[in-house]
Design a protein around this ligand. Sequence first.
Ligand SMILES: *Cc1c(COP(=O)(O)O)cnc(C)c1O
Ligand SMILES: [Zn+2]
Length: 415
Amino acid sequence: MKQVTGAVCTRCGHIVAADPDITVCPKCGGILDIQYDYDYIRSHVSKYDLLDRADPTMWRYLEFLPVEGLGTRPRLRVGGSPLYRADALARRLGIDTLWIKDDGLNPTASLKDRASAMAVVKAEEAGRSVIACSSTGNAASSLAGNAAAAGLSTYIFVPSRAPKGKVAQLLMFGATVVLVEGSYEDTFRLSAEAIDRWGWYNRNAAINPYLMEGKKTVSLEIAEQLQFRMPDYVALSVGDGCTIAGVWKGFRDLFEAGFIDRLPRLISVQASGCCPINTAAAAHTMDWTPQEENTIADSIAVGVPRNPVKALRAIEESHGVTVNVSDEEILAAMRMLGRYAGVFAEPAGAAGSAGLKKAVEQGLIEKNASVVSIVTGNGLKDVNNAIRAAGEPIAIPADMDCLLKAFDERGISPA
Ligand SMILES: *Cc1c(COP(=O)(O)O)cnc(C)c1O
Ligand SMILES: [Zn+2]
């Protein structure tokens, strides 16, 4: 991996060689961050080369990724998700220019596929055939799917509150699924113990530094889809903090390589019922405090974030904006994304857009700003909350009089 110079510890600064089996700092146990040789990258690929590539997947950015090659196993088509210009939604939100990056259109329907595809390649490099993770749901379903395609087996730990759709995905992909009674924190702890005990490859995103490198491809795509002209802001939801850290890393890589000439500011969105990272970020401190997990947005219900350091640094370095949103605001954003953009988001997938709306209302960002809002997960994963957001359909017997009456009662005039 000539493009990779090593991995630096985010806690003590110790530098180690990048090895798929070294996933935490050998000195202090801190989280590692992969480092690149941007001169090397610049001399091997230009932004025009990228624009010309045929591969539509995240692997089109190979020079920016910490892999030797792609292995020999079959892979799902991860990445290449659409970036929609969303004018009608922009008008609703009260801003000039809005794009929706719909990452719910990945193979297992969330942005997590970018990390899991990377985990599978790294497990293969490390010569392992069993991968494990704990997750609020999507990391698990994406790992199970990407591993199934590659013929690897998976052990998955999820909190028992995980929505049915995500659990169904796990079972369908043949994972050994353990539903843990308790919080995400409890689930994480049990998975860590089991991983230690049986020596499985560890996909836990905060611990394994390669996963963020997969997630950063969403930023490389956004930049490329905008012909490398950066928006003012990028909005997304935050749980453990790996996604926002990855998003920031992607933009910074492009900046360091000279592919873009300015960096967007991040809009970090959490649920008001669970916002430890935003609380610390707003106080400009690295000292975060655990919180309860009170939100319908299960994917970001993370009371004890696993990657607070990288996330807080990303928010700070980008001069980021923090916004917390209520469940009502998330449900409203789900309705708006569906109705005005044709995009179906799960609660955590819509939270970024809910936060964007609130940031405009509170004057935290300018009305003439250009913004990319990332939809991180698809609404079909959590149909119960979708119905809660959108309401029930008209239910009647198969009879025209009943239809006329129902339309009349609801003030619908079809003609
Ligand atoms: C995991 C996830 C997030 C948050 O990512 P973190 O790395 O935990 O901060 C947001 N939305 C969805 C749909 C997710 O699955
Ligand atoms: Zn260290």
